[in-house]
Structure formats: C-alpha cells, structure tokens
Design a binder for this molecule. Structure first.
Ligand code: WT7
Length: 651
C-alpha cells in the first residue's frame, strides 16, 4: 500500500504562451541546460548562479563544504548584501538606476512614498551609522518589530551593511511572543514604531515593546519610528526617535566585507506547533538563491513593478519583498495595511495605481477574494499584470482557475512556488517560459535542487504514489541551523532519513514527475487504513460552487479509525441547511470517492488561522473531537473564531 494515497485527478494543462516565452529571462533552452547542469553538478550550477547574480569582494575558494547536516557555501568568499541590493545599482553601467524606484510604498490610509535606489542607499548608510553609534557590532543581533513601512527595509539593509543579523518579529505578534524571541536571540537593540495602521486602526507597537522589555533585561537601546502619531512613553537613556538619530547621522558608511557564512538573519517560524524555532540564514548562499530565483521565476525586467503581498515579518517578505528583488535592481511594492481595507478591492486598486506587472500572493488570500466576489477586481484595470505567483499552501485547483481567469485575464502564467522558512528561497516551481503548469501542482524542482518523495522506508515512491517530501542534497539558501540549538536542528530536519532533509510535507509525483504538495504530513488522516491528505478533501469541497473555504481534520472513530470532519465557510448568501450537507458529502464522494466523504460537516463564517494565513488544524482537531484546546495559540489571527467554532452546530 502506498504511504499516502492520492485521489485528486487534475487533468488541465497550461502551456507558456509563445509571446511570454519570447521575452523570458530564462528561455526553455536556458532552463533545460541549467536543469542538466544542476542534475550533473549542483555545485557547478550554483557557482554559476553566484557569479551571475552576486557581486563578491573576494571570490570563494570552495563552492560547498558538506558535513551533514552542516553545509557551508562559497567558502572563503566575501560580500555584502546591502552592497548587492544598493551600491552596485549606483555604479558603472548600472548608474542610471540611481533614480529608479527601489520601493513604491503605499500606507493603509492612502499615503504613499517612493524611494529611489540612491535615496534608499543614503537612508541605509545613515541608519547603519546610527546602529554603530548605539554600539551595535558585527555579529550583534538586532530585533525589528515594525509595521510595513520603508523604515523596516532600511533597518534590515542597514543591519546587513554592518554584519548585524536581524531578527524580525511580525508586527501582529503579542508582547509575549516578542519577548521570547528577543531573549532567545539575545538582541540588545530593538527597532520599532509608535504603531502601524491595520483595518483603519493603529496597532500599538511601542507599547508592546515596553511590555516585552519588562522581561528582556538584555535590551539596551530602542529606536522608534513615528508612524501613527499615537502617544508613546519614551524611556530616557534607552529610547530614541528614529528622526532624531537620523538627523545627525552621516550618509557615508562603507559596506562591511563579510564572510559568505556570516549570519544574515534569524527568523522564528510561524509556530503552528510547539516552541518557535530561530531559523538561521547566512549571507552568500542565501543571496545567491534568492537573487537567482527572483530573476528566473518572476522573470524580473527593468520595467517591471513587482509586488509580493506578504508581510516582511515572514520569510516570503525577507526573500521576495526585499533581498531577491532589490538584488536584481527591480522595483518592489510595499503595502502597509489589510488587503480588504477600506474596501474589498484595495489590492486591485493598488495594482492599477502602480501598474503592477508581477504579483505574488497566498492561496488563503485568493480564496478570500473568490468569496468576496468578482465585481471587486473587475472594477479595476488589471491589464498591467503579466505574471502571477502563489506561495504558502497548496492551492486548490478551483482557486488557481479563478486567479488565472479573473486576475490574470487568462494571459498570465502562474508560478505556484513551494518553499519554507527553512529553505530560504523557492525550491519547487514552474519556470514561466519553460514548464507547462497544472492547476494545484508546484510542478518541478528548480535547477540544482534535488527534491524527491520517499516512502517510510526511505526509497523514492513509485509514480503517482504519495509519501514524504525530501531534499537529498544541500542547497545554498538552506537554513544553517536553529539558533542556539544544534540538537533540535538535527532532530527536526535530518533524523527521519539519514543525511536527507525532510521538509515535513507530504507530496506525490505524477507520471510527468510533477510534484503535488499535500501539505504538512501531520495533516494526513488514516481512514480505514487509507492515508488521505486533508488538502485533497478540502479541494473537493471548495470545487463546489457554494463553498468559499474549507478545512478538514480527522477525529477518532471506533469504526474507521479516523472520521473526516469538514469545517466549511459557504459563499455569501448561501443557505445553510441539511440539504447542503448532503449535497457536499455527495460532491466529495463524486470528486474523490466514498472513502473521503466527511462524517461531519460544520458551517462557520471563518476558520482559525495563523497570522501567516495557515489553517490551524491542530485546533480544529481538538474541536472536532470535543477536546479542550491545548498548546500555543499566540500566533492565532482571530481568537473569536475559536469560540464561534465551538458553538458551531454539529449537523
Ligand atoms: C510550509 C512552509 C514559503 C514561504 C511561506 C511559508 C507550505 C508553502 C507551498 C506551496 C503547497 C506550500 C508547506 C511548507 N507551502 N508553499 N506552493 N504549495 N504548500 O513559509 O511558514 O515556513 O511554511 O508552507 O507546507 O512546508 P512557512
């Protein structure tokens, strides 16, 4: 019996248009050559990427030193990330980019700012000097707890300029979560703002910092950006206003020549389970990975306006709002606020306003927009778009088709990109000119990436069978460890199969070798001895015209071992009754098979999600089986959802 069964059968195939292919950065030919090179020698392929996409002060002596599970890339090489994102766009043949927009920023209230590469460089140098004046030295960790404002990107780049690894804590996290992360990283400096705007209200950040610091005695300095104008308490000797310290700072700051393996940042994972892990990324390999994938996958051109809607507090924002995009000298859009504020068309109005050409967002957002209705995107001119991307979860084919049709006007290729906080950059993805896409599949591994699907015994699965998604060789953007916990690093990622990275996801490959990611392996249910991915049942539910979103979990059942419980959010205006329950159960049986028929269907107007939009199935499992909710809920987006779910009628 296969390790994980797959019952999803998606037959639609989309070929790259010849018009798109003609202009693509990576043609089919180039891609195929790289694929061959990457398969034969990943090290030679990545060395080529490192030469092509990164400027080094000192060349490396060895491409890879691999002592499993510890990798070092571009050993002996020296570089600086802020130099690669800024200075090199101001010099020589690129000097014309001085006055090109680096950041197009839109605040939630509708204010906007543009920073050119020259301006951003100036601000970064100044803030790097501010950090130095505060006593921040190479290797010191700096915690950033900020809204999505340009100062966040400035602070990140300033840290990289002097070799101080940053630890960004998403501005939606609580004081408690912030305190844990500050202490774990041992940060002595915190950069924050009075607050940030979210759904028309201000989220008070400095107040949360004050609370966090009551239990973080190591912090010596706090720099505060004035964003909302909310009153804040400034503690003398510790707290300073950004505008005061910047007014006196010099705009000259040579970039530190850092070792390729110098720590670049720590990022705590979203923590759907257990204590947060400080994922460590370093300099040369990470930059090579994010710069090359940005150019190849997002097809970045000089005249592109790239918008990744992720918050910089997540890895997606690190890699594809800031580092990978600016390293290519491309223009990146940053938006401060909620996607549906003040109206459900906010994102589409931003696409129209800035003429966004490449748009990268999450399936959870797409499903929200499906639910809100086509009239909102249709109010706006989206004809500037030429390429779309998704990341964060498996996208159900119906949401993919909607994205393709309503947002992409049927002309934009879609890149469904699979990766993780731990992987640093994209690993499994279509290349838009070279790979046919199938709705719901992240398609193939990027050149130089060795991905496979293993059985429990550690051998590749047969075509069409499901199993454990693994990486059989190191790659440059991979995490170098968990901050302060090498043992957990080994156990978490390298212990299931010897010297093989196990991602935690289930997947299967079809006869063309395409990867179909089925989500976290702990989201797999065992129904009468059949292992089914929750995501496939969800996809089947969402393919019904009355359903906007669905989450599926298992609950213990005497008869079948596990019974399927579905939490369903119907589309607006749909009547919820016993008839709909029957219809949906039959629909799932028809789409997948009787084995996948949910035992219970519960209707709810919202699902519990982490702040990065992942459904917290652990909580749903507890509710489905009538248990008390246990464990960490500090990352929950909307606590009230939980209470409402408990009340939701079991039908
Ligand atoms: C997990 C990583 C990568 C940045 C955002 C999330 C799921 C991610 C896809 C995709 C199916 C995906 C996986 C992965 N995931 N992208 N295209 N298709 N699943 O980072 O919070 O570290 O989460 O997100 O389960 O392991 P993260």
């Amino acid at each position: 019996m296969p390790d994980i069964e797959t019952l999803l059968h998606e037959k639609r195939v989309f070929k790259p248009s010849s018009e798109f292919a003609k202009r693509a950065n990576w043609s089919k030919k180039t891609t195929n050559e790289y694929r061959k090179l990457g398969a034969k020698s990943p090290e030679r392929f990545w060395a080529k990427m490192a030469r092509e996409y990164v400027t080094w002060f000192t060349p490396w002596k060895q491409v890879l030193r691999w002592k499993p599970p510890f990798a070092r890339w571009f050993v002996g090489g020296k570089l600086n990330v802020s130099y690669n994102c800024l200075d090199r766009h101001l010099e020589g043949e690129n000097a014309w980019r001085r006055n090109k927009a680096a950041i197009l920023w839109e605040g939630e209230p509708g204010d906007s700012r543009t920073l050119t590469f020259a301006e951003l460089h100036r601000e970064v140098c100044k803030f790097a000097n501010v950090l130095k004046d505060l006593g921040v030295k190479k290797g010191d960790r700096v915690a950033l707890y900020m809204p999505m404002i340009p100062e966040l990107a400035i602070a990140m780049l300033a840290c990289t300029r002097i070799g101080a690894p940053h630890s960004i804590v998403f501005g939606g996290f609580s004081a408690e979560a912030l305190r844990d992360r500050i202490n774990d990283a041992g940060a002595r400096t915190v950069v924050t703002a009075d607050g940030g705007f979210r759904r028309g209200k201000s989220v008070l950040l400095k107040a949360a910092v004050d609370e966090a610091l009551t239990g973080a005695p190591g912090v010596e300095n706090v720099v505060v950006v004035r964003r909302t104008g909310d009153p804040v308490a400034m503690q003398s000797g510790r707290d300073r206003w950004w505008h005061d310290v910047m007014a006196e700072a010099s705009a000259k700051c040579p970039p530190a020549k850092l070792d390729s393996e110098h720590p670049l940042f720590i990022l705590y994972t979203s923590g759907t389970t257990g204590k947060p892990k400080g994922v460590l990324h370093t300099t040369g390999g990470y930059l090579t990975h994010v710069a090359s994938t940005s150019h190849a996958i997002f097809d970045l051109k000089e005249d592109d306006t790239f918008w990744c809607t992720a918050d910089i507090g997540w890895v997606t924002g690190h890699s594809y709002v800031v580092y990978g995009i600016l390293a290519n000298g491309a223009t990146t859009v940053m938006y401060e606020g909620a996607p549906t504020h003040p109206g459900p068309d906010r994102l589409w109005s931003i696409v129209e306003k800035y003429g966004v050409t490449v748009f990268y967002t999450a399936p959870t957002a797409i499903r929200t927009f499906v639910r809100l209705g086509d009239e909102h995107p249709k109010k706006h001119d989206l004809s500037s778009l030429r390429l779309l991307g998704t990341v964060g979860e498996p996208i159900n084919p119906e949401a993919w088709m909607w994205y393709h049709r309503v947002i992409g006007g049927r002309r934009c290729p879609i890149v469904d990109t699979w990766w993780q906080t731990e992987t640093g950059g994209i690993l499994i993805t279509p290349l838009p000119a070279a790979v046919n896409t199938k709705p719901g599949s992240a398609t193939l591994a990027f050149p130089g990436i060795a991905a496979d699907v293993y059985t429990e015994e550690g051998v590749p699965v047969r075509p069409s069978d499901g199993g454990f998604l693994v990486l059989t060789k190191p790659w440059p953007g991979m995490l170098r460890g968990i901050w302060g916990d090498p043992q957990r690093y080994r156990e978490q990622y390298w212990s299931k199969f010897e010297n093989i990275y196990f991602a935690g996801d289930g997947a299967h490959r079809d006869r063309q070798g395409y990867f179909w990611i089925m989500g976290r392996i702990d989201d797999v249910m065992n129904i009468s001895g059949h292992r089914l991915g929750t995501m496939e049942v969800e996809s089947a539910l969402v393919s019904h015209e009355d359903v906007a979103e669905a989450a599926v979990v298992g609950r213990p059942d005497d008869l079948t071992g596990t019974a399927i419980v579905a939490f369903v959010t119907p589309k607006g205006g749909i009547r919820v009754d016993g008839e709909l329950v029957g219809t949906l159960r039959d629909h799932v049986a028809h789409q997948i098979g009787a084995i996948a028929k949910p035992a219970d269907i519960r209707f709810t107007d919202a699902l519990p999600k982490t702040r990065s939009g992942k459904i917290m199935r652990r909580l749903l499992r507890d509710i489905a089986s009538g248990r008390e909710t246990v464990g960490d809920t500090t990352t929950l987006e909307d606590y009230s959802v939980l209470a409402r779910l408990r009340e939701s009628d079991e039908t």
